[in-house]
Design a protein around this ligand. Structure first.
Ligand code: ADP
Ligand code: MG
Length: 588
């Protein structure tokens, strides 16, 4: 431990101690930045002091943009109208955000031109701006290469190249573009790499384009900030969307991002939410630039407080005061979770990151816990009553703080009182409260409990016997007739997935959105695993498979025979929900 006094002497507490120009200090005051963050205190003196290459890692939301932006601006020569710094980042949203952040920092500097250069937009205005002269270019790699091919940009006096979110650029396949760009800048220029995660692929960049880089790492290995609370809900795969809606209903003033794994899933969830009356927009790479701009604008100004996004689209986004991140599905790469949850809890704020997992995703969750160095708190999916309770209390609280000042109201009060004459205070409150949660009450009436543990069917044994052939188990697939699935396609799919094993498929029922099929219980683990490792697709939708609720007990027995153990009790589908019917098994 460092004695408090000693700490005071070595720590940097203010921006002026860092030796930044008066114009930049003024800009910082205007932005309300009172003192440098840890990464800023470490990086800024290093960059102001020399031209050594740098690899800097710090948690999400800790101000990495200003950490490289301030020294770049400080060293900029305003009289030279050529790009002196090049900042590369993976998406156009991030590109615009960085350009905007730097422009704000440079507010009090004279004649500084900063240009975002990104794909998917008309190239002509960007070409014109480049021709007119800029000093800092913030670019996505693809468009930058385009500019180089057109000889539209002069990189001869570049002093410094920043790779922001370098790992994401690599995983997006920008490696070749980066190579082209890096070989077009002067050899002596300084290269810097910033991210919250540094997977092994980044080492290649370090080796190929950097010379003896200094390394600055703030915070523990790949961990997220500790001002974010991590929670998880376990639900059956098929209940995921219902659970999402309940969580959204539970949280008053939710302002957050719902993360999905694929573009299709992202669009689908946003569409469903929209259809169900939630203010949600999708953000992913299939949208046009105008659409993306519109979505981001509506999200930033809170007109649309729910953004459904892919990992790529939301990487690095800085939107302040987000209350929640919801992981609708888990990312394949645990490192991606760090970036997802890091969209909340920015600049020391607090936030909550919620994860929805199905019954087989506990191990994935543990991997993430290890990666972020934090534990997830288990939550149960709220019932309709829970939701109404929370919403009513929240409503009352707001009500109490309401100060209804209105001359018109003063004037109308006697008449209103007269109209309600004879109504008791209790009766009045009851009516108003009812109106407040009426939609929720009606929607949630008779809705099942979505927590797998408590969903038990009283006559499970009987239904087991009547529906499944002995020794068979029923699997449920997330696709059905609407996806174009037919029995033949299904059988072919199983053949492809279960390459090494002949699977005698029993009864098949193709419902609208789901499909049920019977297979020998002894093959269930193999099939589920095979589907999970190589999920086939039908009409662009990834097919996944789970053991249907009512057969879980059987499944467990089958697994324990081969040494596996789910460690969970048998659970069944709720009695209310008949998900499919067909003439053969319809009970009279
Ligand atoms: P990172 O790139 O590390 O994820 P950003 O650079 O996007 O983080 O910054 C996160 C947020 O913190 C931004 O809203 C930024 O304005 C704010 N911020 C950055 N530096 C400071 C500071 N020294 N004091 C207060 N807020 C800051
Ligand atoms: Mg950043």
């Amino acid at each position: 431990m460092v004695p408090p006094g000693a700490e005071m002497d070595t720590m940097i507490h203010t921006f002026d101690q860092l030796g930044l120009s008066p114009e930049l200090l003024q800009g910082l005051i205007k932005l309300g930045f009172k003192k440098p963050t840890d990464i800023q205190s470490a990086v800024i003196p290093e960059l102001l002091g020399g031209d050594r290459d740098l690899v800097a890692k710090a948690q999400t939301g800790t101000g990495k943009t200003a950490a490289f932006g301030l020294p770049i601006l400080h060293r900029l020569k305003a009289e030279i109208l050529l790009p002196q710094a090049l900042i590369l980042c993976p998406t156009r949203e991030l590109c615009m955000q960085i350009a905007r952040d730097l422009t704000q920092l440079a507010d009090f500097m004279k004649d500084i031109r900063i240009l975002p250069v990104y794909g998917g937009a008309d190239i002509r205005p960007q070409l014109t701006a480049l021709r007119r002269g800029v000093q800092i270019v913030v670019a996505t790699p693809g468009r930058m290469v385009d500019m180089l091919r057109r000889k539209a940009v002069d990189l001869s006096v570049i002093r410094c190249v920043v790779l922001d979110e370098a790992d994401e650029m690599l995983s997006m396949g920008f490696e070749e573009d980066l190579q082209t760009i890096m070989t077009s800048v002067p050899e002596a220029s300084q290269t810097m790499l910033f991210s919250a995660t540094m997977p092994r692929t980044v080492a290649d960049i370090t080796r190929n384009y950097m010379q003896d880089p200094a390394t600055i790492a703030i915070g523990m290995h790949n961990t997220g900030p500790d001002n974010v609370v991590h929670e998880y809900y376990v639900v059956h795969a098929r209940d995921r969307y219902l659970a999402l809606k309940r969580i959204v209903d539970l949280i008053p003033d939710l302002y957050g991002i719902v993360f999905c794994r694929t573009r299709q899933e992202t669009q689908e969830i946003a569409d469903w939410l929209g259809r169900d009356g939630y203010p949600a927009h999708a953000l992913h790479g299939d949208l046009s630039q105008q659409q993306r701009d519109r979505v981001m604008k509506a999200f930033r100004n809170r007109h649309c407080p729910l953004l459904v996004a892919t990992d790529v689209a939301a990487r690095g986004l800085d939107v302040r005061n987000l209350t929640h991140i919801i992981n609708y599905s888990l990312p394949d790469d645990p490192g991606a979770y760090t970036h997802r949850s890091g969209r909340t809890g920015r600049a020391g704020e607090s936030g909550v990151s919620i994860v929805l997992i199905n019954l087989r995703e506990h191990s994935k969750l543990h991997r993430i816990e290890k990666q972020i160095g934090r534990k997830f708190i288990s939550r149960t999916v709220p019932s309709g009553d829970d939701i109404c309770r929370v919403r009513l209390h929240d409503w009352i609280k707001r009500w109490q703080n309401l100060e209804p000042e209105s001359a018109l109201l003063d004037e109308l009060m006697p008449a209103l009182i007269e109209r309600l004459d004879g109504m008791s205070r209790d009766e009045l409150l009851r009516k108003v409260a009812y109106q407040e949660v009426q939609r929720l009450l009606e929607y949630y009436r008779d809705q099942p409990d979505l927590n797998p543990e408590v969903r038990r069917e009283p006559h499970a044994d009987k239904s087991n016997g009547s529906n499944t052939t002995h020794g068979n188990i029923e699997l449920v697939l997330n696709v059905g007739a609407v996806n174009g699935l037919t029995p033949t396609l299904l059988l072919r799919m199983i053949e492809t997935v279960a390459r090494k094993q002949a699977v005698p498929v029993g009864r098949i029922k193709i419902a609208k959105m789901q499909t049920y099929m019977e297979i020998p219980a002894s093959l269930a683990t193999y099939i589920v695993k095979s589907f999970n490792t190589h999920p086939p697709e039908i009409s662009g939708r990834k097919v996944n498979v789970a053991v249907a609720g009512a057969r879980r007990q059987l499944f467990r027995n089958a697994r324990s025979k081969v040494g596996g153990n789910t460690g969970r009790t048998g659970r069944t589908r709720p009695p209310k929900r008949k998900l499919f019917r067909h003439s053969g098994s319809r009970s009279s």
